[in-house]
Design a protein around this ligand. Structure first.
Ligand SMILES: NC(=O)c1ccc[n+]([C@@H]2O[C@H](COP(=O)([O-])OP(=O)(O)OC[C@H]3O[C@@H](n4cnc5c(N)ncnc54)[C@H](OP(=O)(O)O)[C@@H]3O)[C@@H](O)[C@H]2O)c1
Length: 251
């Protein structure tokens, strides 16, 4: 199968390309460095030409309100090009629970991106993942000051990126779902506890976690809004085990 992965050089996209190639597919990574700009449409016809499947694994340059127009325009450009090229399946990587946290700009923007896929003329699938385990460091960095990391006790259900990719690859080469598949890790863990587990596995000087229900993006998330809903596919890698073999998200 020929699969064009837009954002295929990114953290998730590159993992997906590697996995699909290892499974014997012709998976090709596209991004601005390969001449494909999803925002302007430049290089897009060539990127999707003769693809059976396109996967949208791009991310916005910012988490603020500007992400809305970025995700809307890039989704529209990709889907229009895919329709013209008679691509049979368009797949989107999204985030679990974004419809349950309307006060976060970035989540509203991702929801807009999903809406474009749902109304596309191309048969579609959406894979919503929970936060990647590799992303916990980044979350901690947002609210680190001096020797203190402030984190709310928001329940998360992080998944190892390689397991999320496994589900994404399965969907990409399968029959279009025309629905959303949720994927998550095996354990629900409060974010402040995730921070403590992280520092226990990798002590950083005298850095310590302080519970602060008003700190960072996840303070806006109530209850289990971003944990796996019923019917989600769950990975098997536990965070504490993953910590011993970790590779942090570079972003
Ligand atoms: N972080 C998490 O825990 C998490 C959880 C669930 C879902 N997600 C979703 O997963 C998706 C991918 O995240 P990621 O961390 O893998 O992103 P990433 O590492 O930042 O990669 C983004 C990719 O998009 C490409 N890109 C950006 N702007 C582009 C444009 N205008 N045209 C073409 N390509 C463009 C980038 O390459 P160039 O910049 O070189 O073009 C890069 O290949 C995101 O949509 C995110 O919402 C993330």
């Amino acid at each position: 199968m020929r699969i064009s992965v837009i954002g295929g050089t990114g953290f998730m996209g590159s993992r997906l390309v590697r996995r699909l190639v290892a499974e014997g597919h012709e998976a090709i990574a596209h991004d601005r460095s390969t001449g494909c700009d999803l925002l302007t449409g430049e290089g897009l016809p060539q990127a999707v030409a003769s693809a059976d499947v396109v996967v949208n694994a791009i991310d916005a340059p910012s988490f603020d309100a500007a992400a809305a127009s970025f995700f809307r325009t890039t989704a529209d450009n990709l889907l229009a090009a895919a329709e013209r090229a008679r691509v049979r399946h368009a797949v989107l990587l999204s985030i679990v629970g974004i419809d349950r946290v309307p006060q976060v700009d970035y989540y509203r923007a991702k929801l807009l991106q999903e809406e474009r896929f749902k109304h596309s003329a191309v048969a579609w699938s959406i894979v919503r993942s929970t936060q990647f385990m590799e992303f916990v460091d980044k979350i901690m960095s947002w609210t680190t000051e001096g020797n203190t990391v402030r984190l709310p006790s928001t329940p998360l259900q992080p998944v190892a990126a390689d397991e999320a990719v496994q589900f994404l690859a399965e969907v990409s080469v399968g029959t279009p779902l025309k629905s959303i598949l949720n994927v998550a890790g095996p354990d629900v863990i409060p974010l402040d506890e995730l921070g403590r587990l992280t520092l226990k596995a990798r002590p950083e000087g005298d850095l310590r976690v302080v519970t602060d229900e008003s700190a960072g993006l996840f303070a806006a998330v109530s209850g289990g809004a971003v944990t796996a809903p019923k019917g989600a596919r769950l990975g098997s890698v536990h965070y504490v085990r993953w910590l011993t073999e970790r590779t942090p998200h570079p972003a």
